[in-house]
Ligand binder design. Sequence first.
Ligand code: AMP
Length: 187
Amino acid sequence: MNLILFGPPAAGKGTQAKRLVETRGMVQLSTGDMLRAAIASGSDLGLKVKDVLARGDLVTDEIVIALIEARLPEAEAAGGAIFDGFPRTVAQAEALDSMLARRGAKIDRVIRLRVDDAALTARISRRFAEQARPDDNPETFKDRLAVYNRQTAPLLPYYADKDLLTEIDGMGSIEAVSTAIDAALDA
Ligand code: AMP
């Protein structure tokens, strides 16, 4: 099964993806984690994207599509991928569909975690205090939310039209959200 966890930054996608890795043996493919690893390693890619992440903008479609494509065989071997933070543009979604189609696979479900902006902002200031991720600072976070609304939210009709979208209330406890995701996947 290939699953997209969809939602704004700090909606809980990473937390829920990690749980699904443990409970279902799927592979988490987080483009944000891959880009942060590239930055930490000081690679050419890392140097190229460092400022983009710091500003809260999106890196090019080409970069993230290549990162995902390189990891698809591993996910396939494990029985499925959880796409976390990818796709973020319609071009990425179309590229994902064709990469999977070439491998005889498809997206089976898109789970949207709904969290209102006030709760996201509260979560992010906690995460900023705990982890000091530069792009979690309040000003950059505002920009990341705007980027989500402008470039990523338009993907919702893309998946709704394909009848793949399940909406879940992401405001509850981690356990409550997990239970709702399990129910959606096992339906
Ligand atoms: P995340 O950890 O998913 O919030 O991603 C952190 C940052 O990495 C984002 O603010 C973007 O700068 C970049 N990024 C992650 N995934 C993507 C993507 N699919 N497309 C473009 N940029 C991305």
